[in-house]
Design a protein around this ligand. Structure first.
Ligand code: NAP
Length: 340
């Protein structure tokens, strides 16, 4: 049993607006060998996710903010290198919330570790389509928005890890049309050619959102899966059908603003006059469904019904850069970091 070091990223300063590289700090620390009931894991893949931006601010939220100097927490996949735990053995593949670091030692439950099954998917997929973003899409669409066959579905943030999975599930479930918005023409092409969207548009160049949503969803939107909030959401709300359902998943258009632009607007009135149900949700409430979600995603993938793409940045040292490029929309699919 050899002692190990871990190289880790912590928060150096609370970002103002879009985070900068200087908001993060890297250090290498010694980690003690595992004690009774503990495992030692070397991370192979790490995830950078939009919710991490919220945790960098010192404000009340559903999870405590990161503290200055604290290692950034987040999804990671790695291999057990030493085990003193009866349920784990050397070589097991595990996901955890251990975060932006090369290695960790601890009790599996403290790191929210889970042993990952062999389901015909590559390891990195457990941070994407068969991980937290995939389950967010699955639960947010089927459980929160109560998707129905034949629904007109609109997805904002459509080309990302969550959005691109949402649309494919909607197509598998027989919805039509399924329409999305995203931030580049290349992403529009990906959505239509690879994800089977019926229509998609670039919200950065097609800026009359009200007219665009009306044109692409002529019968009104029955199911809105919202990843971005802001002006686009106002336009979708104005085009909601009677008894529409809205799954409020994320508001990335607001995360880097000093003063969020959303407020009680005309869109709120639409909830009343169109008798709409809108529900915010956080995926941890469906945590117990993770094993079932992994099996379902793997089944659809192995049947050729579900595809995904990943954007891989190599090297732990480039993690903040990967995070910032994702926030800027430069990622093409699930943004990941390959640790070594
Ligand atoms: P992602 O879509 O893979 O990456 C983030 C994307 O957001 C970027 O690629 C960019 O794409 C888009 N974006 C950035 N700034 C924007 C702006 N001002 N307006 C519109 N779009 C903007 O990320 P993800 O992991 O799939 O997450 C998508 C959303 O789901 C986020 O809001 C996240 O917070 C939320 N989420 C919620 C839960 C939950 O439990 N409720 C769980 C996971 C994720 P474009 O090129 O299209 O701009």
């Amino acid at each position: 049993m050899t002692a190990l070091t871990s190289t880790e990223w912590s928060l150096a300063a609370r970002p103002v607006g879009m985070p900068k590289l200087s908001d993060f700090q890297m250090k290498t620390i010694d980690i003690a060998p595992p004690g009774a009931g503990e495992i030692q894991v070397k991370n192979e893949w790490m995830s950078v996710d939009p919710y991490m931006r919220g945790r960098m601010q010192d404000r009340e939220s559903y999870v405590p903010p990161f503290q200055i100097g604290e290692t950034m927490q987040g999804g990671a996949v790695g291999r057990v290198t030493v085990s003193n735990h009866p349920d784990y053995k050397e070589g097991d593949l595990v996901s955890s919330m251990a975060g932006w670091r090369t290695a960790w030692v601890g009790k599996p439950e403290m790191a929210m570790a889970q042993k990952l099954p062999e389901v015909g998917l590559p390891e990195s997929a457990f941070l994407g389509v068969a991980g937290m973003p995939g389950l967010t899409a699955y639960a947010g669409l089927l459980r929160v928005a109560e998707l129905k066959e034949g629904d007109t579905v609109f997805v904002s943030g459509a080309a990302g890890a969550v959005g691109s999975t949402v649309v494919q599930i909607a197509k598998i479930k027989g919805c039509s049309p399924v329409v999305g918005s995203c931030g580049s023409d290349e992403k529009v092409k990906f959505l239509i050619e690879e994800c089977r969207y019926d229509a998609a548009f670039n919200y950065k160049t097609d800026t009359d959102y009200l007219a665009k949503v009306r044109e692409l969803c002529p019968k009104g939107v029955d199911c809105y899966f919202d990843n971005v909030g802001g002006n686009l959401t106002d336009a979708v709300f104005a085009n909601l059908a009677q008894f529409a359902r809205v799954s409020i998943c994320g508001m990335i258009s607001q995360y880097n603003l000093q003063k969020p632009e959303m407020g009680p607007r005309a869109s709120y009135m639409m909830l009343l006059i169109r008798q709409v149900s809108a529900q915010g949700f956080l995926v941890p409430q469906f945590g117990g469904k993770f094993p079932q979600g992994i099996q379902q995603m793997a089944k659809w993938f192995n049947e050729g019904k579900l595809t995904y793409r990943e954007d891989i940045v190599d090297g732990l040292e480039n993690t903040p850069e990967a995070f910032i490029r994702m926030l800027k929309g430069e990622n093409r699919g699930k943004q990941l970091v390959r640790v070594s």
